[in-house]
Design a binder for this molecule. Structure first.
Ligand SMILES: [Zn+2]
Length: 151
């Protein structure tokens, strides 16, 4: 019964989406500010179709910390998918907040392909490094003393 309103939503043009995305990025703020201890971050993305055949997409994104917003949205790679994509901001920020060096997660595409759900699955693996001493747990005094001697 919502068929027609869905059709109308499909016609929201790319410019509008881009504007909305820019607004969300502004609201999210910069990643470097949100997670000051973060030194490097790369995200390996692997997207698969539910049936597992053909058109697997695999790439790695190195996040440029000076510019990156604290927002992680990945578009669905399927051209016929409407309103698709993955929003993994929460999972990634949780991992970074707890200073994990490697963590992974997965999410199903929320979009639709015609009258059926898209159901492509995005898997990501984050690899992160952190600055020493920025909000870190202090090292044991003897370890700190030793590193001073060596350094
Ligand atoms: Zn999709």
């Amino acid at each position: 019964m919502n068929h027609w309103s869905r059709r109308r939503e499909e016609t929201i043009d790319r410019e509008e989406r881009k504007k909305e995305r820019a607004q969300r990025e502004d609201a999210a703020g910069k990643l470097a500010r949100r997670v000051p201890a973060l030194a490097t971050l790369s995200i390996a993305i692997h997207e698969t179709r539910p049936d597992g055949v053909v058109s697997d997409t695999h790439y790695t994104r190195r996040v440029v910390l000076e510019h990156a917003p604290a927002l992680f949205e990945v578009p669905c790679s399927y051209p016929g998918c409407t309103d698709g994509g993955y929003e993994v901001t929460r999972e990634i920020l949780d991992g970074l907040d707890t200073r994990r060096r490697e963590f992974r997660g997965e999410q199903r595409c929320r979009g639709r392909c015609g009258d059926i759900d898209c159901t492509r699955v995005l898997r990501f693996v984050c690899t992160a490094t952190y600055h020493e001493g920025v909000g870190a747990i202090p090292r044991a005094p003897e370890a700190a003393a030793r590193s001073r001697l060596i350094g």
